[in-house]
Design a protein around this ligand. Structure first.
Ligand SMILES: Cc1cc2nc3c(=O)[nH]c(=O)nc-3n(C[C@H](O)[C@H](O)[C@H](O)COP(=O)(O)OP(=O)(O)OC[C@H]3O[C@@H](n4cnc5c(N)ncnc54)[C@H](O)[C@@H]3O)c2cc1C
Length: 512
């Protein structure tokens, strides 16, 4: 057992040290918080890897209404318009809050915020820092702020393996550090555990982040939402590196074009060309790859020698793969980048389980609908972190339950799940592939073993995808290629997911 200070009992427990977790913990100060995170604080986060920046309507030519209408258009009819309108309206104030917390966003000679353009934004509104190093700059500033905040206790190198519940409400959590296990009893837990990319072979996310928070919440009875909507970034750098390095949309925003190995600019006929929504670009690239073509970004004419100074991080990643974007084509392929679905929450981060808040990519507020507008995720992570903290500030620890007997759970192993997910839950889906995934994943998800948590998350994606008999946003079914005229968000608990999976498995067995 790990020896933990008794004082941690009853404190708000925040899990994850990306933007969502850090903003929650900092906003709660001076209220005591224990911040639990897998690696060193701020590492193993998508947040620190963000290149583009934060979408915020700060320009004279822009407004929250324009930002909202771009968000709703990208969400392809499934955004919750109220959630979207509330969150995007907070963009400009968020930039000011982060600057006060020590983040230096890029400014021009007249001290105006530099505004970048990304796909499907009708205005230049991406606020970046250190060129393409926005995420690293933001996380470094916030990690320093946490170090200067005595009310936050950081438990690093610690993984949360389960949530404890009593009468259906959160009563604590079980953490593992190395081979040791311990429980923290608390009635208030905030999951800020990030995305699901680690379930897939080709992803831009940290490989360790497979959506464990979603599995923990699902096992505690929380409602999940829109799990089928997985966004594939069209332009992962196609190299042997795992995770794949990302070549940001901002490179296309600066005029780089997509070409195949025949030199054809295959996006030129589509609306918006290279700056069409991500799903359109990812499907077009996947179609090229299925035809046996290779796909490249050509930044030679648009950026040439300026590439290194405008995109220093991407330049360095290309350099590592032996590519000089000033003179070479950059090989690219789609990679899992962002999960629109997750644990269903309201606009204060509350889930359907009393005592469980969820913020950032692990949550599904309804902002993104069927597809995320680029750079809206850092915005959501920070805004929801602050909103959850304000909500938590008005709660109290309540009566703590006594520490139950805990046994050490095995460390999660994604390997048996990754091959199934990569093969059957990719950019293009169909009923046969989904049924095969469900049949393989159900026994793994129901058995108490090292693959259980990844299998639960993957099974939920497969079941939600099976039930959505249409193609919409990031979800493409080759057997249902059209959008339904009327469509809505889907919500299910883990027990609903198991019911659907069992029914699919039985019908498969009967027809086999
Ligand atoms: C390469 C890349 C570039 C991106 N660029 C942009 C961009 O320019 N703009 C934008 O808006 N979005 C961008 N995104 C998306 C955005 O970065 C993420 O959606 C956002 O950072 C998610 O923040 P988060 O705090 O929810 O999760 P993360 O930042 O991923 O943090 C998750 C945290 O949870 C911890 N954790 C997970 N499970 C456990 C557990 N069981 N126990 C303990 N700790 C756990 C992890 O270790 C980590 O600390 C990008 C994503 C990637 C991968």
């Amino acid at each position: 057992m790990i020896g933990l200070p008794d004082a941690l009992a009853g404190q708000v427990a925040v899990v994850g040290s990306g933007l969502a977790g850090l903003m929650t913990a900092l906003t709660l100060a001076p209220q005591p918080v224990v911040l639990i995170t897998r690696g060193a604080i701020g590492t193993q986060t998508s947040s620190a890897w963000a290149q583009g920046g934060i979408a915020a309507s700060v320009g004279d030519d822009d407004s929250a209404d324009l930002h909202l209408s771009d968000t709703l258009a990208a969400g392809d009819g499934l955004c919750d318009p109220h959630a979207a309108s509330e969150i995007v309206a907070e963009g400009p104030a968020l930039i000011a809050t982060l600057e006060r917390a020590g983040v230096s966003f890029d400014r021009d000679g007249a001290e105006r915020l530099v505004r970048g353009l990304e796909a499907a934004h009708s205005r230049r509104r991406i606020i970046h820092a250190s060129g393409d190093g926005a995420g690293a700059a933001i996380i470094a500033a916030l990690v320093e702020a946490v170090a200067n905040t005595p009310s936050i206790t950081v438990l690093d190198a610690a993984e949360v393996r389960s949530l404890l519940t009593h009468d259906g409400a959160v009563s604590g959590l079980v953490i593992c550090r190395g081979s040791e296990t311990a429980a923290i009893m608390t009635s208030r837990v905030v999951l800020a555990t990030g995305g699901v990319g680690g379930l897939y072979d080709a992803t831009t996310n940290p490989m360790s982040n497979f959506g464990q928070g979603i599995a923990l919440a699902a096992r505690a009875g929380a409602k999940l939402a829109d799990m089928e909507f997985v966004q594939f970034h069209p332009t992962g750098l196609d190299s042997a590196r795992r995770p794949l390095a990302l070549v940001s949309e901002a490179v296309r925003g600066e005029g780089a074009t997509l070409v195949n190995d025949m030199g054809e600019r295959f996006m030129s006929g589509s609306d918006g060309a290279e700056l069409a929504p991500r799903d359109v670009v990812a499907r077009a690239i996947s179609a090229q790859l299925l035809l046996g073509r290779r796909v490249f970004l050509d930044a030679r004419r648009a950026l040439g020698g300026r590439f290194a100074s405008r995109f220093p991080t991407i330049h360095m990643l290309c350099h590592e793969a032996g590519i000089d974007p000033a003179v070479d084509l950059i090989p690219v392929r789609p990679a899992v980048h962002y999960h629109m679905g997750g644990i269903a929450t309201d606009l204060t981060g509350r889930s359907s389980v009393p005592g469980l808040w969820v913020v950032g990519e692990a949550a599904s507020t309804g902002l993104h609908g069927a597809n995320r507008l680029a750079s809206n995720s850092l915005l959501e992570a920070a805004v929801l972190g602050m909103r959850a903290a304000r909500d938590l500030g008005a709660t109290s620890a309540g009566k703590l339950q006594s520490v139950p007997r805990i046994r050490s759970a095995s460390a999660p192993d994604v390997t048996p799940v990754r091959a199934v997910v990569s093969r059957h839950l990719g950019v293009l889906r169909n009923a046969d592939a989904l049924r095969e995934a469900i049949t393989t994943l159900l026994p793994l998800a129901k058995t108490d073993g090292s693959a259980t948590d990844p299998a639960i998350v993957a099974l939920a994606i497969a079941v939600f995808a099976m039930l959505r008999k249409e193609s919409r946003g990031a979800h493409a079914r080759t057997d249902f290629p059209l959008r339904l005229p009327v469509s809505e968000r889907h919500f299910m608990t883990l027990s609903d997911v198991f019911d659907v999976a069992r029914a699919e498995t039985h019908s498969f067995a009967r027809s086999a």
